[in-house]
Ligand binder design. Sequence first.
Ligand code: NDP
Ligand code: 8X3
Length: 248
Amino acid sequence: MTRTAFVTGATAGIGEATVRALVAKGWRCVATGRRKERLDALVAELGADNIHPCVFDVREEAAMDAAIAGLPEDFAGIDLLVNNAGLAQGLSPAQEADLDDWQTMIDTNVTAMVKLTRKLLPVLIERKGAIIAIGSVAGSYVYPGGNVYAGSKAFANHFTLALRADLHGTGVRVTSIEPGMVETEFTLVRTGSQQASDDLYRGSDPMTGEDIANTILWVAELPSHLNINRIELMPVSQDFAGFRVARD
Ligand code: NDP
Ligand code: 8X3
């Protein structure tokens, strides 16, 4: 039987790679994002039988509801939710940060994620499905300028583990995947600068969207009695040391 995944943030980076990886293994995907032309391109490439595009801003609850209500029968039986859509905005220290940037990150990375999860839990429980959320190492190890992004990802990491407790006994599997540096559009979105993005990734052999997609696929296809709780992964070039001392 064909399984169906609901992948948020499928227009770029990790989400787009995840849709490709899942479809290559015979899954159907509901692919979401704001950029319609990118979702249309995925449908053209992978086929309308395999991809159902849902164009909406995850911060707009009415649009989220309409997307869920409008799922065609073939795509309505969700077996896997991939909570991936998210972003960072800015790298300013907290005392200089833009409050609108903070609100955008909270609305997208926290509020939209919990609302979508809550709305899809009935079908996921009915089908003994799975939830895979993309948290971040930023939720465990802080760095200067991480502030609200780091806080939102700590929330994502922990909410996902908390879901596991509430879903105990339902058969629903829940996994928090927490990557370090992945070369996607993430840094372009965060800084607004392609140069800043290229500078960050240059010479570091970062992880790719495909690396994370393959991890998601591996977790999704494990036997139904196995739950991976958390996976933290980084490129070899990155580590988590960072204690600093300010001196007089
Ligand atoms: P990209 O910028 O390449 O992709 C982000 C995706 O999220 C896009 O498809 C974008 O779609 C979607 N998205 C963002 N905001 C909204 C919104 N308001 N409504 C709908 N969709 C939205 O970044 P990544 O692939 O790297 O990021 C994916 C996830 O991975 C994020 O949650 C990020 O925090 C996390 N992550 C990334 C890491 C990295 O180093 N790249 C490391 C650890 C975690 P569109 O713009 O079309 O709406
Ligand atoms: C993205 C990874 O280290 O850029 O979550 O915050 S990092």
